[in-house]
Ligand binder design. Structure first.
Ligand code: NAP
Length: 284
């Protein structure tokens, strides 16, 4: 069997096009959606990612401010900036880019992002609301997992999904979103015994670990669907996932590519969340 490719490009384009239409409607009604990205690092790959978000935002009619506090920023400065942006009526979405300066905890900082502007679900309160079934923005990457599966009409109700990784950014919120779609979810992590036995029992495997090639053909059952969230830089400047695509493609029914899978849907959802936040602000 050669797995079919569950591309993220088409769902991302569909989300971007809906977002652009909604942004234009809001702008003509007097509210230009605005996203602020707070940066406190000199990390080059982070700078590249932030520039790509700003470009993508502008393409759909969202104004984007990059607020660069520099790699020496103190936690108090970061928190104050997030609070100021949360109170600024012209800003609708606030993202805190990682990594942060040594000793500064991302979750502590994200508590300062007001939950109605927390378009990347970084505030722990947003995760709590998500878990409780209350309205909240989910972290875009976790939501991208579900959206890419839905776009490609992968049934989730009653299916067994194994999520590998339990971070607050991807694994845990993905679990709640999958439960909301009536999947039966197993969560795996670094202490899971016999990972291959657990993931091989699943209909869908979501890999969100950050280890090149962790998920091999031995980890999937014939006909499984595999979502690769991993984005691991290679020595030659490329990007690879957590899934050993060559071996898994011989056994699985479908697999998301890296790059071109979860990544583009993630960016599109950040923009979509920003427009939703702008719409809510416009109505209030
Ligand atoms: P993270 O915070 O480092 O969490 C990694 C998770 O993987 C942890 O829960 C860890 O378990 C688990 N793990 C580590 N080694 C394992 C092993 N051998 N077997 C099973 N589980 C293992 O990473 P993250 O922020 O969730 O990111 C995960 C991946 O997604 C990374 O490659 C990241 O670059 C990528 N990512 C992609 C996007 C995108 O837009 N495409 C966005 C965000 C992240 P413990 O909890 O036990 O330590």
């Amino acid at each position: 069997m050669t797995a079919s490719v569950l591309s993220g490009k088409e769902p991302a384009a569909a989300i971007r096009s809906e977002t652009a239409a909604e942004a234009a409607r809001l702008a003509s009604a007097g509210t230009v959606p605005r996203l602020a990205v707070v940066v406190a690092t000199a990390d080059e790959s982070s700078a590249w990612y932030v520039r790509s978000i700003a470009r993508a935002a502008e393409q759909v009619g969202i104004a984007c401010d990059i607020v660069d506090l520099g790699p020496e920023a103190a936690g108090r400065d970061i928190r104050d900036t997030l609070e100021r942006l949360s109170e600024d009526a012209s800003v609708h979405g606030v993202i805190l880019q990682t990594p942060l300066p040594p000793g500064v905890n991302a979750q502590d900082m994200a508590l300062a992002i007001r939950f109605d502007k927390d378009v990347d679900g970084a505030n722990p309160l947003s995760l709590g609301r998500l878990a409780a079934g209350l309205p909240a923005f989910a972290p875009a990457t976790a939501e991208a997992v579900v959206r890419i599966l839905e776009h490609h009409r992968v049934e989730l109700t009653g299916r067994h999904v194994a999520v590998v990784g339990r971070s607050t950014v991807v694994g845990k919120p993905a679990v709640h979103l999958l439960l909301d779609r009536n999947a039966t979810v197993t969560v795996c992590h670094s202490r899971t015994k016999d990972l291959a036995a657990v993931t091989s029992a699943a209909d869908v495997v979501v890999a969100a670990v950050g280890r090149i090639g962790l998920i091999t053909a031995d980890h999937v059952s014939p006909g499984a669907v595999v979502v690769d969230v991993g984005t691991n830089p290679t020595d030659d400047g490329g990007l690879v996932g957590d899934v050993d695509a060559a071996s898994v493609a011989e056994k699985a029914a479908a697999l998301t590519p890296v790059p071109g899978g979860v990544g583009p849907v993630t960016t599109a959802l950040l923009l979509s969340h920003t427009v939703r936040a702008a719409d809510a602000a416009h109505r209030s």
